[in-house]
Design a protein around this ligand. Structure first.
Ligand code: PAF
Length: 282
């Protein structure tokens, strides 16, 4: 596997290929990332991953500085997974001047849920993803890029960006990988104390219970069920941001009977100093 730090080196290593399979990450890789690499690999003629902790998507009070940087271990895992090129740019390579041109995704999708609790988050994500796409795919006839469904809204924001800018890139959404107890794998799980780690699975349990209750009531009084789910987590010491049932198509609240449209239950909640997110398609 080639490890490159500049856009020029990356393009040099990719020259001659026609369909890169790309997995962008912020590093501190877990089995979810590795599963994405393995899924994406047969879909392209060269496999690329990036590791870049993107300052633009962190609010000043968030964990940009403490986000784990584990390049050597990550590189080893990527190589074992069959990745051909790892692009690990320094900040001044990707942002040599202040990034004043940014992608502002549509409010109806990007200002709700994660975008509501993390204002500007999807501007930062969309901007860096478009920039990484331009580093990887410039001059390529086509490509595929893989994102994990744990960041459900992120996948939707990226898909819409790709569609609206007519980028010749297929987006692959990989299933959430879970620990044995059901906790969704996340780089931020490493922040949890042993006691918090044991408690953390309750988020996915509460999402499942909310999904079951919503189905059982055929969506009667969804706001009450959602409030009850949040209270249940709060009683256990969590600070929930949202637990909610939404349409998979646009993440808006469902209209009409549950059977009418595919739904997803999404949640975000703080456990101690760690903010966890998860979701479940129903
Ligand atoms: O999901 C992530 O790790 C990041 O949001 C991404 C897509 C790599 C952009 O920085």
């Amino acid at each position: 596997m080639h490890i490159v730090h500049t856009i020029a080196e990356l393009r040099d290593k990719l020259s001659g290929f026609e369909r890169p399979a790309f997995v962008p990450t912020m590093g501190n890789l877990h089995d979810g990332h590795i599963a994405l690499v393995k899924q994406a690999r047969p879909l392209g003629d060269v496999t690329v991953s990036s590791i870049f902790v993107n300052r633009l998507q962190f609010a000043p009070h968030e964990d940009f500085d403490s986000y784990p940087r584990t390049l050597d271990a990550d590189a080893q895992r990527l190589e074992e997974a069959g990745c051909d090129v790892l692009f690990a740019p320094r900040e001044r390579e990707l942002y040599p001047e202040p990034q004043t041109y940014k992608v502002h995704p549509a409010n109806d999708l990007a200002d709700i849920l994660e975008g509501h609790f993390r204002p500007g988050f999807f501007i930062g994500v969309s901007t860096v993803v478009l920039k990484l796409f331009s580093c990887v795919y410039a001059g390529m006839p086509a490509g595929v890029a893989a994102f994990g469904k744990k960041d459900y809204q992120q996948v939707m924001v990226v898909r819409r960006m790709v569609r609206q800018f007519a980028l010749p890139i297929d987006i692959l959404a990989g299933e959430t990988q879970r620990a044995q107890d059901g906790l969704a794998l996340s780089s931020r799980n490493g922040y949890l104390s042993p006691a918090e780690r044991r408690e953390a699975v309750e988020l996915s349990r509460e999402l499942r219970a909310l999904g079951d209750a919503a189905k059982a009531s055929n969506m009667a009084d969804l706001p009450t069920l959602e409030a009850q789910a949040m209270q249940a987590l709060a009683r256990r010491g969590w600070k929930p941001d949202y637990l909610t049932v939404r349409r998979r198509a646009d993440l808006q609240p469902p209209q009409g009977a549950l059977a009418d449209e595919p739904l997803v239950v999404l949640g975000a909640a703080n456990l101690g100093n760690t903010r966890l997110i998860d979701n479940l398609e129903i």
